[in-house]
Design a protein around this ligand. Structure first.
Ligand code: WTA
Length: 648
């Protein structure tokens, strides 16, 4: 082992683990040498309506990219997440709902209640004309009804597209139109950190640009005032009154779509990542059980929002497929103060806690008194996701939250991968702060030379690619299979390209270094620089914009915008504030620029390409290594950029 701090699994962890170090080695080897055998066995963990006879049928060979798992099997995801647990754990809590307001009462929803709610929800959707294969957009706060809505779609074979409740009406409209949803599910308002979020009002604005939407199903959540529009808008509680409480699950082919989830890429508009039914469920259920070393009866809490893939895979589908008790939290870590997470852990005796480095850093910055006043003795395992976790934050998490007793696991994965790809298995793999460690079963990481694409062996730095398919992999981009192929498979032939940079150390541990493309990771939220740029240039006073990331203490990355104004348009602090608000309005608060620098010119090559490398260096305040600027059309532009750099 190398000289970095290494945390070896304790006796207590090893004695209860699903997978020991020896088993990991042997099973990993089998998972890649005999994927049909390995995954064929693992897939029996879920219930099939019609058993599959084929396991893996996949090709990464350009240009014939095709991914199918268990392709002749049939199943229903909602039945797996609910119905099959009824006989053994009908009265067990499936979902604990912890509201934003700490004084409001928490709710405990049993598997039986979940079954009834989802069946009624499914029948309401059917009543609105939703059928198998239709797309339903869900724009909701973190409340149990969101889980009911998603599972109801799965039950009847509709494809859900959850749009994070923090996105603007414009962003919502684009996502509704891209997948032609005729039905939108929303709530009157959401509540976060004591403030209300005008979800229904945002939907009303979005729908001005969505001619295809026929019905809006509205859940009464806060009771705040909203407008209901004639025959289009339907109150859930009215539609649900007297609805049939029985709804048989629709048999779905393993490769039928389960959901679309939009995520940012380096170019163009967000991509509708498509996940299907069988492989996805097998993968999220197995990864949830093994990576969290989950055992029956444990209380599990993932703090993500269901609007992101982490919420899909590890608040909902993975845990419920395993019959777990999963906690849904409506609020934010800092409300009413920076002790809220720890109060919730103590209140509900949470055993497994899963959050993002940005939250850990923010809470670390708030002072140790908040975490120290909590008991936290129920905790057994701590997880991290969304961005690289710096060793300092990892160690604080381990010491202050885990009291040096809990395992810390850093899980690397993506919307595209469906589930964990590189992560410790708690009883099998010693951890190193800052490293996601080793691949999960069936995952074959490769470190490639970014220029030549050559596979690098041993200790190496390069870009991270995956050599073969795994069941949870996305199948396509909704409506644009060509873009799917080009985005992920064209640059490095024979591999799935992750877009991340990575180092493999002498022990074969993987250290993810962040995106190597034009995707930002701001507080664990993915954002394309192109999206922010197109929002900026949509402003009438802006002629051109270039956006880059810079290291940010809490957010991981901040958003730095270089803006060229229209001729004769004077720059001012007011205009910078106006542009900041403009971007928030166009995309949503998560895209709020940290810095706006007005620049009369941007560094371009003679062929007109913006040299982002230089813009990144200026934003990072790192002028020593600007590199070769001789190819610039006008090298003087750089001096101006440096002279007018914004201090953050
Ligand atoms: C980054 C979130 C380092 C990475 C599940 C990836 C991470 C992108 C980690 C995907 C981690 C996620 N360590 N980086 N543990 N987890 N990332 O699609 O850059 O929202 O490509 O999925 O987040 O973000 P996405």
């Amino acid at each position: 082992m190398s000289s970095e701090a290494v945390f070896v699994p304790s006796e207590a962890v090893v004695s209860r683990t699903h997978v020991t170090a020896e088993q990991y080695g042997a099973q990993y080897a089998r998972s890649v040498s005999d994927p049909d055998g390995f995954w064929g066995e693992q897939a029996r963990r879920i219930d099939w309506i019609k058993p599959f006879t084929k396991v893996k049928n996949t090709s990464f060979e350009w240009p014939d990219i095709s991914i199918k798992w268990f392709e002749d099997g049939a199943l229903n995801v909602a039945a797996n997440c609910i119905d099959r647990h009824l006989a053994t754990r009908g009265d067990q809590t499936a979902i604990i709902f912890e509201p934003d307001d700490p004084k409001a009462e928490a709710r405990h929803i049993t598997y039986r209640q979940l079954h009834d709610e989802v069946c009624r929800f499914a029948n309401v959707l059917k009543g609105l004309g939703v059928k198998k294969g239709h797309r339903v957009t869900i724009y909701m706060p973190m409340i149990p009804e969101t889980a009911y809505a998603m599972l109801a779609c799965a039950r009847i074979g509709a494809i859900h597209s959850v749009v994070f409740g923090g996105f603007s009406p414009d962003a919502l409209a684009g996502r509704i139109n891209d997948c032609d949803s005729a039905v939108v599910i929303t709530a009157d308002e959401g509540r976060r950190g004591g403030k209300s979020v005008p979800l229904k009002t945002n939907v009303d604005v979005a729908l001005e640009d969505c001619p295809g939407v026929e019905k809006v199903l509205v859940i009464r959540n806060t009771g705040g005032p909203i407008a209901m529009k004639g025959s289009r808008d339907v109150w859930w509680h009215e539609a649900a009154a007297g609805v049939d409480p029985v709804c048989d699950p629709e048999p779905m082919n393993a490769e039928d779509p389960l959901f679309i989830l939009y995520t940012s890429g380096s170019t163009g508009k967000p991509k509708g990542v498509l996940h299907t039914t069988g492989g996805y469920l097998v993968y999220v259920s197995l990864t949830h059980e093994l990576t969290f070393d989950y055992r029956d009866g444990e209380i599990y809490w993932c703090t993500a929002d269901v609007g992101w893939v982490t919420g899909h895979s590890y608040i909902l589908y993975g845990p419920l497929a395993n019959g777990a008790t999963t906690l849904m939290f409506e609020g934010v870590p800092s409300y009413p103060d920076a002790g809220r997470f720890w109060e919730v852990v103590d209140k509900h005796k949470v055993n497994i806690f899963y959050t993002a480095p940005t939250a850990i850093r923010a809470l670390m910055g708030a002072g140790d008194q908040f975490v120290e006043r909590a008991d936290l003795s129920s905790l057994r395992l701590l997880g991290s996701v969304g961005e690289p976790i710096n060793p300092e934050a990892w160690l604080w998490y381990h010491r202050k939250v885990g009291r040096e007793r809990c395992v810390v696991i850093d899980t690397w994965w993506q919307t595209e991968t469906g589930g964990f790809m590189i992560s410790p298995l708690p009883g099998a793999i010693p951890t190193k702060p800052g490293s996601a460690t080793k691949p999960f079963f069936g995952v074959q990481p490769a470190v490639l030379d970014p220029e030549s694409g050559k596979v690098l062996e041993g200790e190496a730095s390069g870009v991270l690619a995956i050599a073969d398919s795994w069941p949870g992999q996305m199948r396509t981009i909704w409506g644009d299979h060509q873009r799917f192929k080009e985005t992920y498979f064209q640059q490095y032939k024979g591999f799935y390209f992750t877009g991340d940079g990575c180092r493999r150390d002498e022990d074969g541990y993987y250290w993810i270094t962040g995106r190597v493309d034009d995707v930002l990771n701001v507080s664990g939220h993915r954002l394309g620089t192109a999206e922010v740029e197109s929002a900026l240039v949509a402003h009438p006073k802006v002629s051109e914009a270039a956006v880059v990331g810079f290291p940010h203490e809490i957010k991981g990355q901040g958003i730095y915008c270089y803006v060229t104004l229209m001729a004769d348009e004077p720059a001012s602090d007011e205009l910078a504030a106006e542009l900041r608000n403009w971007v928030r309005k166009e995309i949503g608060p998560i895209a709020s620029p940290d810095c706006i620098q007005f620049a009369p010119g941007l560094p371009k090559t003679r062929s007109g390409k913006i040299m982002r490398r230089i813009l990144r260096k200026v934003a990072e305040n790192d002028y020593g290594s600007l590199g070769d600027t001789s190819t610039l059309a006008d090298p003087a532009v750089v001096d101006d950029l440096i002279a007018n750099r914004k201090n953050r």
